[in-house]
Write a protein that binds this ligand. Sequence first.
Ligand SMILES: Cc1cc2nc3c(=O)[nH]c(=O)nc-3n(C[C@H](O)[C@H](O)[C@H](O)COP(=O)(O)O)c2cc1C
Length: 178
Amino acid sequence: MDNFQSLIIKRRSIRHFTSEHVDEEQIKTIIEAGLMAPTSKSSRAWQFIIVNEPDMLERLSHCKSRAAEPIARAPLAVVVAVDPSATEPWIEDASIAAAYMQLQATDLGLGTCWIQVRDRYGDDGTPAEEYVQELLHMPDTLPIVCILAIGHPAEERKPQALDKLKWEQVHINSWTQR
Ligand SMILES: Cc1cc2nc3c(=O)[nH]c(=O)nc-3n(C[C@H](O)[C@H](O)[C@H](O)COP(=O)(O)O)c2cc1C
């Protein structure tokens, strides 16, 4: 991508992927972006679990009752977990790292979709987080903030429309009631 604004404009959630693998160098670059994300007091308390086995991706996609299908269609997922005992703003820290990885993947020509896990539930009421922790043999002390589905896009999404941005939600110097 030639510049950062083009990258921001281009990034859209991608939920359909080709069967092409994400190569190891690309995975490394994406994870590096997460590992370089800023964290409160430099706590860097996240844990990233790379999943690229088709069977595991399929099983991960059943973590909640809806909207997790992109994981099964993707060749790669990154599960973003974090240790809340290490830092109070753990949700913020993990979210920033996830967003960095999404942007890095976009810059590599890949598509991504954030799959919400925290506060989501399966058909039988099991918390999505518990399901994922058990599947990946993770300790239950590590909440999962999201799973990123990543792959080569098999769908075209329109770039962001600059003329549709919610400027009415932007205020200068003080709150303006609109
Ligand atoms: C916190 C968060 C949770 C999301 N959860 C899901 C999800 O579980 N499944 C999904 O398909 N998309 C999910 N998304 C993607 C949003 O639906 C998407 O970002 C939004 O519709 C705007 O579209 P865009 O990303 O293409 O600009 C989530 C995004 C965020 C930031």
